[in-house]
Design a protein around this ligand. Structure first.
Ligand SMILES: [Zn+2]
Length: 230
């Protein structure tokens, strides 16, 4: 398992949270991570608690299939994932593919709160972000769920691509079934629909590997991805 705090530090860095932001206030109740949205209530009790929503664009089925193929082709990642672990290096695989597991900056995240003080980030949103960071450290697969795929579907796709890769190498295997992404229901409030965040950059747009990773343990994966893109 990744050392404690690594995923939450990545999340804080990705969201570019200011160090002088509003202090968190209130207890976080009912934190739920769904496809494309984190929902929570913040307050001393359910009655009168404020509702916080953190909306993040989901990846589509083709993008998840690309991710699963990349992860399934690498023995190191495959072993971690199929053992139920999500090492932080997986976030860089998404980056290399031109995708994001973590939010790609604050502009990609739409945070709202029902309190009257809400502007951009109020104390209730801060409290939910802190609670989410702790949840991510305990179970980083909540990031996968937030991006639109549940853990079981990701592991099944990685396993299928692993078998397909062995089949290509003459080791037997099965065809890869398509990744199925649960459709996210439209928001009840039309105003939420029309303030959806900007779409992420399209994948495969010549995304460069982050500096310093080409000579690390990911080097075989990058080499393979580069060959595939040519
Ligand atoms: Zn608030």
């Amino acid at each position: 398992m990744s050392p404690p705090g690594r995923w939450s530090r990545l999340l804080s860095a990705a969201l570019e949270l200011p160090g002088d932001g509003p202090p968190s206030c209130g207890a976080v109740l009912d934190l739920r991570v769904t496809s494309g949205e984190v929902l929570a209530r913040v307050g001393a009790s359910r009655e009168g608690a404020h509702r916080v929503s953190l909306i993040l664009p989901v990846l589509d089925a083709a993008q998840w299939d690309t991710v699963a193929a990349a992860l399934g082709s690498q023995p190191l990642f495959r072993a971690h994932l199929l053992a139920g672990r999500l090492p932080v290096e997986v976030a860089r695989v998404f980056e290399v593919l031109g995708l994001g597991l973590l939010p790609r900056g604050r502009a990609e995240l739409v945070a709202t709160c029902s309190c009257p003080e809400w502007r951009e980030v109020c104390g209730h949103v801060s409290a939910v972000l802190e609670a989410l960071a702790r949840r991510v450290d305990a179970d980083p697969f909540v990031l996968v769920a937030w991006r639109g795929l549940d853990r079981g579907a990701l592991l099944a796709a990685v396993r299928a691509h692993s078998r397909a890769g062995r089949e290509e190498a003459g080791d037997g295997g099965d065809a890869v079934p398509p990744v199925r992404v649960a459709a996210r229901p439209l928001p009840a409030d039309p105003a939420e629909f029309w303030c959806a965040p900007a779409l992420p950059a399209p994948p495969g747009g010549g995304a460069a590997a982050p500096p310093g990773v080409l000579d690390g343990p990911l080097a075989p994966l990058y080499a393979r991805l580069l060959r595939r893109s040519r």
